[in-house]
Write a protein of this length. Structure first.
Length: 390
């Protein structure tokens, strides 16, 4: 057989070439378009993931003098405080159940009820309570920094051990002398057993950290920051207390307390007519703590009495009688017996002033600081299922 002759390739026409070129161009632009769409989708997904896991957690709930308080830090503190409050409420309810029905326990159960109401109120206002607490902690951190106050890692560790009841270096027992009829003998008592061994402490601490991680998302570093904040507060408070003046402007005053303005006017008229203040106080005053002493309140500085009473007492000339002064307790007639611009504080007043030192400082800092609050509902974590320490 002869070989089959192959047909020569047919050349494409100009029209066919043009159509083929347009098809290739369309395919190229289609692929480019699909790539752009894919990149946009990936970009949107990445942006969403970034916002959810990076942007949102790092966004501030507040800024204190230029220092941001991050959302994730706020959320951890929120969960931690909620868990603490739930445990506290559970313990109070358990104590109340133990005492309920027992004879003579009415006062105690009533007191526990008050504590329960306070704790439950805090739980209801947890969102703003935690925010303000975080702001106060930042103000304290900044204040401590200005004062040169620092907390070392060893101090943090010692505080944690103390909270768990672990004594790293228990005191050496001292020999106790025992006298007999014939001689003095020295007997060494059995060494005091440490409340907790190192191994027991480490196990309890590890279990606690696991619980914190589970209920609040707190790491060991986060927990140590909380302990550090507590120690900074104590040290700053000690510095502020040491600066509390031991003297203050004080007045020596008497008062007569009655229920209504009509009675107050009657009392004032009796006094203006020349009746003895002590005798009228004994007859009319409803303040049983001092009526038999002629309404004598003794010397007191500012901050001891209600504001309406103090405003008059510290402005009234010595020896003069006030007009009726209305307060939450009723109506007062006040007489100032003396005024001293620099009188030493008594022990009770000094202790009260020292106890208020940190709160007063915080009030001043809040008023002077630049604080921006940016808490929004989406930054508040969802309410978790209650979990308690067993």
């Amino acid at each position: 057989m002869g070989k089959r002759r192959e047909k020569p390739a047919k050349e494409l026409t100009k029209k066919q070439i043009a159509i083929s070129r347009r098809d290739r161009e369309r395919q190229r632009w289609l692929l480019i378009g699909l790539g752009i769409v894919a990149l946009l989708v990936i970009g949107l997904l990445a942006a969403g993931l970034y916002q959810e896991f990076v942007g949102k957690p790092s966004s501030p709930v507040a800024v204190v003098n230029g220092v941001p308080i991050r959302t994730d830090e706020y959320q951890k503190l929120w969960r931690y405080q909620r868990w603490n409050l739930q445990n506290y409420i559970a313990r109070l309810e358990s104590q109340k159940a133990q005492y309920q029905g027992q004879e003579g326990a009415e006062f105690l159960t009533s007191y526990i009820d008050q504590l329960l109401q306070q704790a439950q109120s805090q739980l209801l206002s947890l969102d703003t309570f935690v925010l303000e607490q975080a702001i106060d902690r930042e103000l304290i951190r900044q204040g401590a920094q200005k004062e040169g106050i620092v907390v070392t890692p060893s101090e943090i560790q010692a505080e944690i051990e103390e909270q768990f009841g672990f004594v790293r270096n228990p005191p050496t027992p001292t020999p106790t002398p025992i006298l007999t009829d014939t001689q003095a003998m020295t007997q060494t008592p059995t060494p005091t057993v440490a409340p907790m061994t190192l191994e027991e402490f480490q196990k309890a601490y590890e279990n606690y950290l696991q619980t914190l991680k589970q209920v609040a998302g707190l790491s060991e570093t986060d927990y140590k920051k909380l302990v550090e904040a507590e120690l900074l507060q104590r040290k700053l408070e000690a510095v502020l207390q040491a600066r509390v003046p031991t003297t203050a402007e004080q007045v020596h005053a008497r008062h007569i307390l009655v229920q209504n303005e009509e009675m107050a006017r009657l009392v004032l008229n009796r006094l203006k007519a020349g009746d003895d203040f002590a005798a009228v106080a004994k007859e009319f005053s409803q303040d049983t703590s001092n009526k038999d002493q002629g309404g004598d309140l003794g010397w007191f500085p500012r901050g001891r009495m209600v504001p309406e009473f103090e405003e008059v007492a510290f402005s009234l000339p010595v020896g003069e009688l006030s007009e009726p002064v209305k307060t939450q307790y009723g109506y007062h007639i006040i007489k100032v017996e003396g005024r001293d611009p620099n009188r030493p504080l008594d022990e009770a007043a000094l202790e009260e002033a020292r106890a208020q030192a940190l709160d007063n400082w915080l009030q001043e800092q809040r008023a002077a600081a630049q604080i921006q609050r940016m808490l929004t509902p989406d930054k508040i974590p969802p309410t978790p299922t209650p979990q308690f320490i067993r």
